[in-house]
Write a protein that binds this ligand. Structure first.
Ligand SMILES: NC(=O)c1ccc[n+]([C@@H]2O[C@H](COP(=O)([O-])OP(=O)(O)OC[C@H]3O[C@@H](n4cnc5c(N)ncnc54)[C@H](OP(=O)(O)O)[C@@H]3O)[C@@H](O)[C@H]2O)c1
Length: 311
């Protein structure tokens, strides 16, 4: 029996794109290599359908309805997870895959708690969920966060005109764009890239706070045109994405979903920790500025402030 698959894996964003493919890849594994699954997503048909499909494949599955843009929902989801674990309704928690994400075109859009939506869903909601569940892990445990190479210059980023990260104090980064500043493609790209740089900083700091035996990794699936990620960006962005999608070497949920499932489940990745950055199936160094103990410590403290003021 594989050590992670002997327990439960929670995944956020199982309803579409990469998360759905990773969920089904885990569910379709043979008995003994298949974890119980906690599917955390917005309540509705898409969640019910993926849960039903994963059950049909033989997995024990619990759906947890949660809008990650509402921190009270996230706290309630964590409470539900703790109850399921305490009741023995699922096996011990060995894995969390913080997959859900979005990129808002209009950075004026705020979460239910008043934070910029991209920062709130991609980063803050996962920091709340993982923080609430940190004591519920049974070692060996793995936390896999979703990164993106858009945080710095890369070829797909430039082709898509996604602006790189522009780091500032996290309290400032958490704010939606002021009403008197027009929304632009650059602001939208910067917000997305900042949220993914936050994931890298958070991953490094999280490892310092995680219980012994719980390892933190950041996974970058490669550019996957055609997922729902850019759904708010209009037809032109979709067309550019589809054109780039025909280039060789471009990823898809069909290729990266199983790779993500492998990172959380397979023994070959058991050595990953400290926020190791894996692009598809290769460990990569991050840019020197993406590993910064001062920024990481500040992000940790600012996150506690942001979550507390929304409680
Ligand atoms: N696509 C790429 O090229 C690419 C590249 C690098 C990294 N990534 C990362 O990969 C991850 C998955 O992205 P994807 O491309 O698969 O996008 P996707 O198809 O849009 O899937 C995103 C998932 O997140 C969920 N989600 C979004 N907002 C939510 C909310 N408020 N509450 C609950 N769930 C919410 C979505 O659920 P709903 O259906 O309910 O909205 C969906 O299940 C993201 O973290 C993304 O940043 C993607």
């Amino acid at each position: 029996m594989n050590s992670i698959a002997s327990g439960t894996v929670l995944i956020t964003g199982p309803t579409g794109g990469l998360g759905r493919a990773a969920t089904m890849s885990m569910a379709n594994r043979p008995v003994g290599e298949r974890p119980d699954l906690l599917l955390v997503g917005r309540a509705g048909r898409a969640l019910t359908e993926v849960a039903a499909e994963a059950r049909m494949a033989g997995a024990v599955v619990r759906e947890i309805g949660c809008d990650l843009a509402r921190l009270s929902d996230v706290r309630a989801a964590a409470q539900q997870v703790r109850e399921l674990l305490n009741d023995g309704a699922v096996r011990p928690l060995h894995g969390v895959v913080a997959n859900a994400g979005l990129s808002t075109a209009d950075t004026h859009t705020a979460s239910a708690d008043g934070y910029g939506l991209t920062f709130a869903v991609n980063y803050l909601a996962h920091a709340q969920l993982i923080g609430d569940l940190l004591d519920s892990f049974t070692a060996p445990g793995r936390i896999v966060l979703l990164g993106s190479n858009t945080y710095y210059e890369n070829i797909f980023r430039r082709m898509l005109s996604v602006a790189p990260a522009d780091w500032r104090d996290p309290i400032e980064l958490s704010r939606p764009t002021a009403a008197d500043v027009p929304a632009t493609l650059k602001l939208s790209g910067t917000a997305y890239s900042n949220s993914k740089l936050a994931i890298l900083y958070y991953a490094h700091e999280l490892q310092r706070h995680a219980p012994a035996g719980v390892n933190v990794t950041v996974f970058e699936p490669g550019f996957m045109p055609g997922t729902g990620l850019m759904r708010g960006h209009g037809a032109a962005a979709q067309r550019i994405g589809q054109a780039i999608g025909r280039l060789p070497g471009v990823s898809s949920p069909d290729s990266s979903g199983p790779a993500l499932a492998s990172i959380v489940l397979d023994d070959r990745w058991a050595h990953l920790h400290d926020g190791a950055f894996v692009v598809k199936d290769k460990e990569r160094e991050v840019q020197p500025f993406a590993s910064d103990p001062d920024r990481e410590a500040r992000l940790w403290d600012a996150t506690a402030e942001l979550l507390k003021s929304a409680a």
